[in-house]
Design a protein around this ligand. Sequence first.
Ligand SMILES: [Zn+2]
Length: 153
Amino acid sequence: MRAQNPGEILWSEALVARLSELWMSGTTSGEIGRRLGISRSAVMGKLKRLGLLGRERSQVPIKPPQMPRLVTDFVIPPPPPPRPRPPIGSFDIMDLLYSDCRWPEGNYAPYKFCGDRQAPNSSYCETHTRRSMSASQPRGTPFYLTPLRSVGA
Ligand SMILES: [Zn+2]
């Protein structure tokens, strides 16, 4: 079938079937037009010519897609109690907090760490900061500034 006027809709059997199906399922003429890509008035005209306008349609409205329900009745469990702090000198590396002394204790791995509170501008506590300085140099001289001694001298 040829369209006689430009803009005239070619109503194929499939298009008519889809129009009838949508109309009888309760879809509005505007929605049918949007889905089929034609104007609402074209939909109404075709429905009238098909004799479908006066027919009783399904009363089941087309539901919009449902949004997932927000879960609002959940309970955030309280955080676990903090691990008890080990005694000074027996910290595992995973026990150390940012401000804990990192002085290793013991001669063999796995080392324990001091864990006391760090002195200002040091990775160690007051005691271990002093111990990290050379005893032969004036107080406060870091070990890396002490001169090397030759073996046997
Ligand atoms: Zn320490």
